[in-house]
Ligand binder design. Structure first.
Ligand SMILES: [Zn+2]
Ligand SMILES: [Zn+2]
Length: 441
């Protein structure tokens, strides 16, 4: 039996200056841990200064992203706290200005030469105008809480079957840009064995089939002319945009029910008496797999080109910096998570509902193609829908804290299973290999 209370800090803008105590208690000495929940509100603690490159303190003072559409949920000067042991090696601005990496390693193991690398992802991207309407402040809290819980649990044990490294990655810009993809390309996920993250929702689902996504910006170049005096001299770029919009609307009848096409006309001219010489559209295309996504993209791009031909305009189609991949399920991982979650009283939706549930897209999909991982969804005490002002309020409420920390515990317990049940890790790796083979594109 052991009992530990690692300090879990939430230095997140919304709710402000919360800190929690996460109590973990083993019930069988095998790392299968049942946890008690309690949370308290305190004043935020400032970190101690340290001289070295890596420093103590869990969150670095992360800079808010400026100039872009996304905002960072961590505030400079307030986004720091420390663990009692103070032994996290933190790299602020890790590979990206608003990313960070924190590492803690267990003192050693019995046999294996290489530590098992377990990663916890802290997403903290907000939405323009409506703040944390996707609840990513709570994702950051789940990742930090689970990692601190893990550290506390592992420190309290006399020996581990193998050395363990706990890695916390601050991964910005999920809502626009895909920070995790930049981090993958920079090698941040290299050597990680399993990664954990959880996303707020209206229900508890161990998995939801988040789909692959490709976005395009389409620009039409025409020719301006006086719209009344000599319109025949012009080439109407707005007409091209309208035709493209309608071509895609007509195409919908031939799209699979699982495909999604949605877009806006961002620029449609300047003044009614000038034939518009320029127009611009932004479209997102989504399909259940990376194999299907190019099929949909090709059909859509033909619609854009047809509109250019019909109006005599020229067209430029630019894909976004990154495609988001669909999220690969890892059955062994989500089964273990459900088992642990149920012990904490989490009421999960059925397996059928899980695989037919509503979904968006996330850059965790790309992560799931390089490392076995889990990205469950969790209820936060409100039926408000993501990307609404009501959800911003719910994500910042005290009520959400119970559900958030309970999810962190379920993730931490699952990570402990990975350490203490070698056959589970083998199954997770095998599931990953098979899914990857299936989804090869
Ligand atoms: Zn989200
Ligand atoms: Zn979102």
């Amino acid at each position: 039996m052991f009992h530990l209370t690692p300090l879990v800090g939430s230095a997140i803008k919304n709710p402000p200056a919360l800190q929690h105590v996460l109590g973990l208690r083993s019930n069988d000495g095998q790392g299968i841990i049942s946890l008690e929940h309690r949370s308290i509100v305190r004043t935020a603690t400032r970190p101690e200064k340290s001289g070295g490159g890596a420093r103590t303190g869990f969150f670095p003072a992360t800079r808010a992203r400026t100039g872009g559409r996304s905002t960072c949920g961590l505030q400079k000067g307030r986004s720091t706290f420390r663990t009692p042991a103070g032994s996290w090696a933190v790299q602020p601005h890790y590979q990206l200005a608003t990313a960070f990496r924190a590492e803690w390693g267990s003192p050693g193991g019995w046999a294996a030469p290489r530590p098992l690398h377990l990663g916890f992802l802290c997403e903290y991207d907000a939405l323009p105008g409506i703040g944390h309407a996707c609840g990513h402040n709570l994702i950051a809290e789940v990742g930090a809480a689970a990692a601190l819980g893990m550290k506390g649990a592992l420190e309290s044990l006399a020996g581990l079957p193998l050395p363990v490294k706990v890695i916390v990655l601050g991964t910005p810009a999920e809502e626009d840009g895909g920070g995790k993809i930049d981090l993958i390309e920079a090698g941040a996920f290299k050597n990680l064995d399993v990664v954990f993250m959880a996303h707020p929702s209206q229900e508890n689902a161990a998995y939801l089939p988040d789909v692959a996504e490709h976005d395009v910006t389409v620009k039409y170049y025409g020719k301006a002319s006086h719209a009344a005096a000599y319109p025949w001299e012009g080439l109407n770029a707005l007409d091209a945009a309208v035709l493209a919009y309608n071509n895609l609307s007509v195409l919908r009848q031939q799209l699979k029910p699982t495909w999604r096409v949605h877009g806006i006309i961002k620029n449609g001219g300047v003044k009614p008496n000038i034939i518009p010489s320029y127009s611009e559209l932004i479209y997102y295309f989504r399909a259940p797999s990376m194999k299907e996504l190019p099929v949909l993209t090709k059909k859509a791009e033909d619609c854009f080109r047809a509109a250019a031909l019909a109006t005599g305009c020229t067209v430029e189609i630019n894909g976004g910096a990154h495609d988001y991949y669909n999220v690969l399920p890892n059955k062994s991982l989500w089964k273990a998570y459900v088992e642990n979650g149920k012990k904490l009283g989490i009421d999960f939706i059925s397996e059928d509902a899980m695989f037919s549930g509503p979904s968006g897209s996330t850059d965790f999909g790309n992560v799931s193609f390089v490392v076995p991982g889990i990205h469950p969804y969790f209820y936060i005490g409100s039926n408000a829908l993501n990307h609404t002002e009501q959800y911003t309020e719910a994500a910042g409420s005290q009520e959400a804290q119970f559900y958030t920390l309970r999810t962190a515990k379920a993730l931490a317990m699952t990570a402990l299973d990975v350490i203490f049940k070698p056959e589970l890790l083998e199954r997770i790796r095998e599931d990953f290999r098979l899914k990857l083979e299936e989804e090869k594109f």
